[in-house]
Ligand binder design. Structure first.
Ligand SMILES: [Zn+2]
Length: 99
């Protein structure tokens, strides 16, 4: 039985592995197109898993009861994941000194 953090890491690694496999099988493919497809699938999957249940008073689903609230939760998660990524900052980034 894997704990929650292990499942998250396992799913994230699986998405990266899938992207690498698609790139290897399609040498002409643009890596950004592969990434866009992976992200699209991830967003669809995430939204599917956040559909609120049929009980309008369910406390677990209350923060996800409208499409806009789900989108806000998704955007917050994307922000956190992007900022914690080792690729968030790049040596090619523009800095205030050379703007
Ligand atoms: Zn619920």
């Amino acid at each position: 039985m894997q704990d929650e953090e292990q499942i998250v890491d396992h799913a994230a690694q699986g998405a990266v592995d899938l992207g690498n496999r698609i790139a290897e099988q399609n040498e002409q493919a643009n890596l950004q197109d592969i990434a866009d497809g992976l992200l699209s699938g991830a967003i669809h999957y995430w939204l599917y898993t956040r559909e609120p249940c049929d009980d309008p008073r369910c406390p677990d689903c209350a923060p996800l009861r409208t499409p806009e609230w789900r989108l806000q939760a998704l955007q917050q998660l994307v922000d956190e994941l992007a900022r914690s990524s080792e690729y968030y900052e790049s040596p090619g980034d523009m800095t205030p000194g050379n703007a």
